[in-house]
Design a protein. Structure first.
Length: 70
């Protein structure tokens, strides 16, 4: 992210929505703190967050193969 105008850029923390200055002084950016960073990691690990995708055409083939193996 280039900041040629020397303006201060801030973004909302994805967890608590507190403003975070986008600079090297904010080591957890885009999060405001280590706590919010870990909460987000936990949500991904618990599969509460996902990247939306279309079902792969291979998904049904894999299901069929798994059924045959059982």
């Amino acid at each position: 992210m280039s900041n040629t105008d020397n303006e201060i850029i801030s973004v909302p923390c994805p967890i608590c929505k507190k403003n975070v200055v986008w600079s090297e002084q904010s080591p957890y950016r885009p999060f405001c703190s280590k706590r919010c960073q870990l909460i987000d990691l936990g949500e991904w690990a618990a599969e509460e967050k996902k990247i939306p995708t279309e079902e792969s055409p291979f998904s049904t083939e894999l299901d069929e193969v798994m059924e045959k193996l059982q």
